[in-house]
Design a protein around this ligand. Structure first.
Ligand code: URA
Length: 245
């Protein structure tokens, strides 16, 4: 298979980023720098290294759900030394990485895996997996504002896809709103509320596709069972079908 596909399947990064790593001369195959496009490798026969470290397909794939706390960042490392989501997983031997991201100040459900294919399926816009958030807002939300969010708002010159909005609680002091979106643009949910004239003071992701955060406590994680992973994959496959239609 192509080298960039192999690297992506090993969980190194997305295929596009792997192409950049190859072009930068950071990948070796059987000891030789492999920076030519179109290099292919055979799993089990060729020795692949990134920055001098072996890259291998994980024999056991795992996926955890984590209840991320505010203040924790969802990259694998942080130059400023802030805690990352991987700090929760010190006892896990697999090389894990987060599936997509949540802002540092957003809490809730984040998937963490060593399965490159699963991560790709759940984050690629083509698969359109729904994400459900509960947003805590300052002030009262008007029906007009809820409808605006449902129809989509303009962000960076492009309209957001229709969302589902349910007002759970609202009085003059604050409102609590459940919102379901399919896209994952930068700070999308917060910016959607801002565009509707509302300010989010707390945001919690409570569900990804069919998978609810449930009663998992903040800062805790648990391994998903094979059926839960399969349901996520089924949801991604259904999203792809909807898009093709
Ligand atoms: N939307 C946001 O605004 N923040 C997140 O972390 C996720 C979705």
């Amino acid at each position: 298979m192509r080298l960039q596909r192999y690297l992506a399947l090993c969980g190194v990064a997305s295929r596009r980023k792997c192409e950049a790593l190859i072009a930068a001369g950071r990948v070796r195959v059987n000891g030789a720098v492999a920076d030519r496009p179109g290099t292919t490798v055979v799993h089990g026969a060729d020795r692949v290294e990134l920055d001098g470290r072996p890259v291998e397909l994980e024999s056991e794939t795992v996926c955890y759900m984590l209840h991320k706390e505010s203040g924790v960042i969802s990259t694998c490392s942080d130059p400023r030394g802030r805690p990352t989501v991987l700090s929760y997983f010190t006892g896990v031997k697999q090389r894990l990485y987060p599936v997509g991201r949540l802002d540092s100040d957003t809490e809730g459900l984040l998937l963490v895996t060593n399965d490159g294919m699963l991560a790709h399926r759940l984050t690629h816009p083509r698969f359109e997996v729904e994400k459900t958030y509960v947003a805590y807002l300052r002030g009262q939300i008007a029906g007009r504002q809820a409808r605006m969010l449902e129809r989509g708002v303009e962000l960076d010159g492009a309209r957001t896809a229709p969302a589902r909005v349910e007002v759970l609680e609202s009085d003059s002091g604050r409102s609590t709103v459940r919102i379901v979106v399919r896209e994952g643009r930068n700070r999308q949910v917060r910016r959607m509320f801002e565009a509707a004239g509302l300010q989010v003071f707390r945001l919690v992701r409570v569900q990804i596709g069919p998978l609810p955060l449930g009663t998992l406590k903040p800062g805790k994680y648990r391994k998903l069972g094979p059926h839960e992973v399969q349901r996520l994959l089924d949801e991604a496959a259904a999203g792809e079908f909807d898009t093709v239609k």
